[in-house]
Design a protein around this ligand. Structure first.
Ligand code: SF4
Length: 101
């Protein structure tokens, strides 16, 4: 099953997911992280630790979120692996409040 990071990560990038992932499949740009599903082993450890519920299995994607499968594939292949937790973005707490978490 494909596991993807969705829009809620954007402007947050808390990166708790990176600390629990047993394989190095997270990649990051300045806004958010993305999962390389060629590496992901579908353990789902990252899903409950995200403070803003940004990570979803493809089964749980709404129709207007399905494009994130392709976005994760494209962006993860173009960006470096993120192996360590990073400080959240300066916009993270306001974005989390805006999302209601
Ligand atoms: Fe990593 Fe498991 Fe999440 Fe895949 S499902 S990104 S292997 S923590």
């Amino acid at each position: 099953m494909t596991i993807v990071v969705t829009d809620n990560c954007r402007l947050c990038r808390f990166t708790e997911c990176v600390t629990v992932c047993p394989v190095a499949c997270f990649h990051a740009d300045d806004d958010m992280v993305y999962i390389d599903n060629n590496v992901c082993i579908d353990c789902r450890a990252c899903i409950p630790v995200c403070p803003v519920k940004a990570i979803l299995s493809e089964d749980d994607l709404a129709d207007d979120q399905k494009h994130w499968i392709e976005v994760n594939a494209e962006r993860s292949s173009a960006l470096p692996v993120l192996e360590d937790k990073q400080p959240p973005l300066p916009t993270a707490e306001s974005r989390r409040a805006e999302l209601g978490y």
